[in-house]
Design a binder for this molecule. Sequence first.
Ligand code: ZN
Length: 327
Amino acid sequence: MARYCIGVDLGGTYIKFGLLSEDMKPSGTFQLPTPKGGAGPVIAGMVKGARKLMADHKLTKADVVGVGVGAPGPMNIKEGIIIAMPNIPGIENCPMGRLVGRKLGIPAVLENDANAAGYGEYVAGAGKDRGDMVLLTLGTGIGGGIVVDGKVVHGAHDIGAEIGHLIVEPGGEPCGCGQRGCIEAYASASNLARYAISRFERAKLLPTALRQIHERKKKIGKELDMGDVNAARKAGDALAAEVWDRGAYYLALACVSISRLLDPNLIVLVGGMTKAGDDLIRPVTEHYRRLHWILTAPKTKIVLGKLGNDAGMVGAAGVAWAAFGGK
Ligand SMILES: [Zn+2]
């Protein structure tokens, strides 16, 4: 009988569920809306989804080796405790791993969501069989996940791998984390779009296609995003090209620092901005090669993730295999 681990990825809007077989093949993915009302309803929602997954695939407790829960926010990994959760109110100092495990009667482990996404790409995506790997999630913020020697790197206080908060401009833009000059303040999709808008505002008369897109979207209550910036860049808009290149430059700076610190085989990019595919990888790689030291040739490859939004769920299940698989 095939054995599985269950992956659960807790987000502010949805909880995603899926199975991961012993040979690291994901299946059965689905999602449920994240219940409101704090820890109790959220845990009940996770248990309900995991039971549905087992029922849909005719699995008993004996078929499921463990459950991995990926969640945002600071946590105590060893104890399975979520300390706080910025996007989901009412979850503080919650031993989520233990509570989910106890209700299901299956051992459960907790993991930070970006670390889980990194581990997911490592076991079943772009990083499969590729050795040490670092993941960058490019969205509203910039998250990081590090896998060295097959293990997720948490740091001594479970706050390692926060790559979005590497300082790339001393004394620079303020960041939500309280530092200044973090990579996230320069290269996250939302901060780059905001930068483009600030450029229109500074030069009131700057005629650009990007500005026209921005004004058209504003009228219908929508915001300029990096998809618009890339489209305008491709249509020959100079400001859009500058904004896109600025993002690539700052991401490359982070990649060079990652290489100096860890020398991974791969840096995997995931998240909304990576929909641009090669349009993103090419300039990041070019800047990376240019900024890289001259003492050795640049060998780390910068690539796109393969699992899309499933990476966190797959990685959470992978973490459960590592914890309870007994190998
Ligand atoms: Zn920061």
